[in-house]
Design a protein around this ligand. Structure first.
Ligand SMILES: *Cc1c(COP(=O)(O)O)cnc(C)c1O
Length: 463
């Protein structure tokens, strides 16, 4: 490095100097001192790198102060914050999966702001069970004798395997050895639970006799796993829950199904393919049925297990259950979500169900509304127009469904689309779109009506 450049870098203002220059800026209100110092350091480091690599003189203090303010704006005060989901994917795992209903939010707030009867039996003043708040509801909604709720469905499967099959064999079809992302793979979870996987059948075909032949003295469980994020099509055969239950009964072995999404309603009237509902799985006689709280159910993150009293009871007594237990916020939101199903208001009030069943015309209407809010100059600049498209349900649910949808495309070429995508992600709130055919599609199925104005503003502000 030349002496010249060293001298130039010495011209970079100090951390203290920049902090003083930034004192009292209204845009930095609420930014704690330690964080501001970190932002100043990052800005100075970036500038030092830039000046070195570009053999250029560093920027002046004023310009650097502006960059710190911009960096603070981009980071926001909080790391976890709302975004506008313009991907069209209703259950987007990276974007927080299911939105919860207004009633769930109300119940969350009520329980968060005051003490609650979480584990107090109000009638006897004795210690109660936190699960009591949802057990009866789950029983009535699914027809099951008993219920248990843990942190998520992965935990539910782990708990069931650990309780029923530690050191023994679990029979699973090779067509159902799923990976659902985020390190959840049936063979791996089996190892962690201490159970031994007994694979049977082939990828495309598994028969009842395969299960029957695999049963031996160390068989602890017959497990069916819903292939929630893929489909085996063509020359296929699988064994129904009902047949498996019959076999399990004959041989005295419990049968479990991991349903994945586990819907409480049949969505066929809205054009979705048939998926077994939780009540149907329970009616088939399964000892245990597990499903997620925040997939098609449309509630908080949770793993719900319903089934026969004797078997669910064993899971409840497992010390692991204490480590996987849900908190009061989950219970409050889950109770409100289940209440909506029981009161018949689920389709109107649960956002996941509303977004999935909203007619294309309404989604298109929102996209057109968005376009109308843009000035002609902005439309022209972005090349904005309304198009129809197809979207995924997401969340490892209904993988073959292509949901008709509509949105706004922007960006005149691939490069422009990438740039707009990056700029919109930096906004407040950040906007997450989807690149389709070298354009940025802002899919309006998942953009809430209340967000259209904000999205229009964000687009208008793009240069
Ligand atoms: C999604 C899914 C899980 C995991 O559920 P989480 O609630 O995300 O932990 C397990 N099994 C199947 C079949 C799934 O689809």
């Amino acid at each position: 490095m030349s002496a010249d450049r060293d001298a130039a870098l010495r011209g970079l203002p100090s951390v203290d100097h920049l902090l003083r220059a930034l004192a009292g800026r209204p845009e930095l209100q609420g930014v704690p001192r330690a964080r501001l110092t970190a932002l100043v350091r990052e800005t100075l480091d970036a500038e030092r790198r830039r000046a070195r690599e570009g053999h250029a003189a560093p920027a002046a203090a004023d310009a650097l102060a502006v960059r710190v303010v911009e960096r603070a704006r981009r980071t926001g005060l909080f790391s976890l914050r709302p975004v506008i989901n313009a991907t069209g994917v209703v259950l987007h795992t990276n974007l927080g999966r299911a939105l919860v209903s207004p009633l769930a939010i109300e119940r969350l707030q009520a329980v968060a702001a005051a003490y609650s009867n979480l584990e107090l039996d109000l009638a006897t003043k004795e210690r109660g069970s936190r699960y009591s708040h949802v057990e009866a509801l789950l029983g009535r909604l699914t027809g099951a004798e008993d219920a248990l709720v843990v942190n998520n469905n992965a935990a539910a499967v782990l708990l069931a395997l650990e309780t029923l099959a530690h050191g023994r064999e679990v029979v699973v079809s090779r067509g159902e050895l799923i990976e659902i992302g985020g390190e959840f793979r049936i063979p791996d979870i089996m190892v962690r639970s201490g159970a031994v996987l007994r694979e049977i059948g082939t990828t495309n075909r598994t028969h009842l006799r395969d299960y029957a032949d695999a049963i031996g003295p160390s068989t602890a469980l017959l497990l069916k796993v819903h292939t929630s994020n893929y489909r085996v099509v063509g020359f296929t055969a699988e064994v129904s829950s009902r047949e498996l239950v019959e076999l399990g009964r004959e041989r005295g072995i419990p049968v479990m199904e991991d349903l994945g999404s586990g819907s409480l309603v049949d969505l066929r009237p809205w054009g979705f393919p048939y998926e077994p509902t939780v009540p149907e799985a329970v009616a088939a006689g399964l000892d245990l049925v597990s499903f997620s709280g925040d997939k098609l159910l449309g509630g908080p993150q949770a793993g719900i297990v319903v089934g026969r009293h004797a078997v669910v009871g064993r899971l409840k007594k497992n010390p692991w259950n204490r480590a996987l237990r849900i908190d009061k916020f989950t219970i409050a939101a889950l109770e409100a979500t289940l209440y909506a199903y029981e009161s018949g208001a689920a389709l109107e009030t649960i956002p996941t169900l509303r977004l999935l069943t909203e007619p294309l015309a309404a989604v298109r209407g929102r996209a057109k509304g968005l376009l109308r809010r843009l000035t002609p100059a902005c439309r022209e600049r972005l090349g904005a127009r309304v198009v129809d498209d197809r979207a995924q349900v997401g969340g490892g649910a209904l993988p073959t469904v292509e949901l008709p949808t509509a949105g706004l495309v922007v960006g005149r070429d691939a490069q422009a689309a990438m740039r707009l995508d990056a700029r919109l992600r930096e906004g407040d709130p950040p906007v997450i779109g989807r690149i389709v055919d070298d354009q940025l599609l802002l899919d309006c199925r998942t953009v809430l009506a209340s967000q259209i104005g904000g999205l229009a503003k964000a687009l208008e502000a793009l240069q």
